[in-house]
Design a protein around this ligand. Structure first.
Ligand code: GLA
Length: 508
């Protein structure tokens, strides 16, 4: 689900959403089946871990070989555009024009399709007028500032379940990861938060209290266990009625859920827009996020507040004012070079807004998940440190290669990320090299030169381009863990394709 977490708000106000599962409403009749792909198609997904069966609607309009439409699931809606040849079709999302979002075939009056590259489904024509029921609109609160909670003076560090495990997260995994955070040295290197992402949710009890599903038999006991290891526990919800994976969100239960999270001993909340995009406009993002910020504050427990709305509505300009400690600035990261670089390069306009207590979040780390080379993962780690990004490992901490361990546990690079000045670097491009400079609290600078090209090349770092207060006193290569010398005001080294030269340079 995370690979298509972006919500399209084009028809937000009129958007519809199912939260009571298969509910049938009779309105306008749309389907025109028998005339190709046009019409409304419905399919039931795999049952959720809380026992509910999700339904989705695919609305298609075919005009010759042109195909347009939308997919509405419990958690999000996506506008689609593509083509049909014979019985075969492919549809692209608005945010990825390279890889189809949905592909399929019309077979005997049914759609046999694949969404997101791996979820397959068979859709039937919807009954006349069948669609998801409208969720009643709840007016967001008037805008006011929520005070900062005093947490996250440096970017949060920890682990999150989503990137590798998606729905395969449970109590045992979280305990095992907590154990591994200690035995691997991750905790002692600063990775403190163990964060459960989507799919932990059950259903609400008669009083409206959210219950965990059977994968998490006792959330309070789990928090106690994680705390006993010197770690902190994070959880996930949405301001919408449903999370991106279709589980119950906090819509209509914001204060109640904040109190529940506090009573369990939760230390970190990731709050993901998802189906809120089917109800609210982007102009309502701020009060909607403020509501949870204020609710967390009212619990009296200090809880790191992580906004996840993919950078909509220039979140960097107001995120701190709703009490948030970090906010996602991009769509979901994928475990490949193009996605990783695209997420970090999108940070340029957000740079002025990073600082102690409030950070831009280009998404969690993919280091160790197998989709990039070790050089690329070193670049990933270096760039996240240079832009003062949260360092949330997204791999299997129980089972790390020596290279992954060395990357995530590089204390000299972690120190760049955790520098108390909290500056966020921006890139300067020169041919295939991209240079990122971060000013540090002690007056030194960290400089990273990334080779974007297809082959190795010589990179030169020139001292007088670093903004230092004097000539170079010392310089250190933070990946080789060795001091290097500037000669005649510059330093040159070979940088392999997609690798990085990362130096810390101190002035006299
Ligand atoms: C969205 C978020 C991801 C993850 C998933 C869970 O896609 O951006 O980081 O939390 O939802 O469903």
């Amino acid at each position: 689900m995370g690979d298509f977490g972006l919500i399209n708000l084009r028809n937000a106000r009129s958007g519809v959403l199912c939260w009571l599962l298969v509910v049938i409403a009779f309105t306008v009749v749309v389907p025109a089946h028998g005339q190709g792909l046009s019409g409304t198609w419905k399919y039931s997904g795999k049952p959720l871990d809380n026992g509910e069966t999700p339904i989705s609607f695919l609305q298609l309009k075919q005009n010759g070989s042109d195909l347009t439409g939308s997919l509405t699931t419990l958690g999000y809606a996506e506008e689609l555009r593509g083509s049909a040849v014979g019985n075969h079709f492919q549809l692209f999302s608005s945010w990825n024009k390279e890889k189809p979002f949905l592909t399929g075939d019309l077979v005997n009056g049914e759609l046999h399709a694949t969404v997101g590259g791996h979820h397959t489904f068979v859709a039937q024509p919807a009954s006349p007028g069948e669609h998801m029921p409208v969720v009643p609109y709840i007016v967001p609160p008037p805008i006011h500032d929520v005070p900062q909670n005093g947490l996250a003076k440096t970017p949060p560090m920890g682990w999150n379940s989503w990137n590798l495990f998606e729905g395969r997260v449970d109590d045992k995994l979280v305990r095992d990861i907590a154990d591994a955070m200690v035995s691997s040295g991750m905790r002692d290197a600063g990775y403190l938060y163990v964060n459960i992402d989507d799919t932990w949710e059950g259903v609400r009890d008669a009083q409206g209290n959210i219950q965990p599903n059977s994968k998490f038999p006792d959330m309070k006991a789990l928090a106690d266990y994680v705390h006993s290891k010197g770690l902190k526990l994070g959880i996930y919800s949405s301001p919408g009625p449903r999370t991106c994976a279709g589980y119950p969100g906090s819509y209509g239960h914001v204060e109640q859920d904040a109190r529940t999270f506090a009573s369990w001993g939760i230390d970190y909340l990731k709050y993901d827009w998802c189906s809120a995009g089917l109800i609210y406009r982007d102009s309502e993002l701020r009060p909607v996020y403020q509501e949870m910020g204020a609710a967390l504050e009212a619990t009296g427990r200090t809880i790191v507040y992580s906004q996840c709305e993919y950078g909509r509505g220039q979140v960097q300009t107001w995120g701190a004012r709703v009490g948030a400690n970090l906010w996602r600035t991009t769509g979901d990261i994928q475990d490949n070079w193009t996605s990783m670089m695209s997420n970090v390069e999108k940070q340029v306009p957000t740079a002025p807004y990073a600082g102690p207590g409030h950070w831009n979040d280009p998404d969690m780390l993919e280091i160790g998940n197998g989709g990039m080379t070790d050089d690329e993962y070193r670049t990933h780690m270096s760039l996240w440190a240079l832009v003062a990004a949260p360092l949330l490992a997204g791999n299997d901490i129980r089972n790390m290669s020596d290279a992954t361990r060395a990357i995530l546990l590089n204390k000299e690079v972690i120190a760049v990320d955790q520098d108390p000045l909290g500056k966020q670097a921006s890139p300067v491009k020169d041919g295939n090299f991209e240079t990122w400079i971060k000013h540090l609290a002690d007056g030194s600078v960290a400089v990273g030169v990334v080779n974007l090209g297809p082959s190795g090349a010589q990179a030169t770092v020139t001292a007088n381009e670093l903004g230092l207060s004097g000539p170079v006193k010392e310089a250190r290569d933070l990946w080789l863990h060795q001091d290097v010398s500037f000669k005649n005001g510059s330093y040159t080294a070979n940088v392999a394709s997609h690798a990085v030269l990362l130096l810390k340079v101190t002035a006299k």
